[in-house]
Design a protein around this ligand. Structure first.
Ligand code: HEM
Length: 54
């Protein structure tokens, strides 16, 4: 995961935008709040990897 993203210069704003887009896409598909939060919650632990903080 870190190798895929390390050269992209991804900022917090980029990361947050991706999370917003995913949430909006799930809303459009009628995914319930709890399931959306579950999905987004699974991405949060990958933040450090994508941002290459570890
Ligand atoms: C938790 C958040 C994220 C996850 C789980 C994730 C997951 C992935 C995965 C699995 C890949 C494919 C890696 C590979 O080919 O080996 C990928 C590629 C990529 N990611 Fe992410 N990503 C995340 C965040 C982001 C963000 C924030 C950006 C930029 C705003 C981004 C941009 C990209 C791009 C451009 C590619 C390459 C696509 C390609 O050329 O095939 N990702 N990501």
């Amino acid at each position: 995961m870190d190798r895929a993203h390390q050269t992209m210069g991804i900022t917090d704003a980029h990361f947050n935008r991706v999370v917003e887009y995913l949430n909006e896409a799930m809303i459009e598909e009628g995914i319930p709040l709890a399931a959306r939060n579950d999905m987004l919650g699974r991405l949060a632990p990958m933040y450090a990897n994508v941002m290459r903080l570890q």
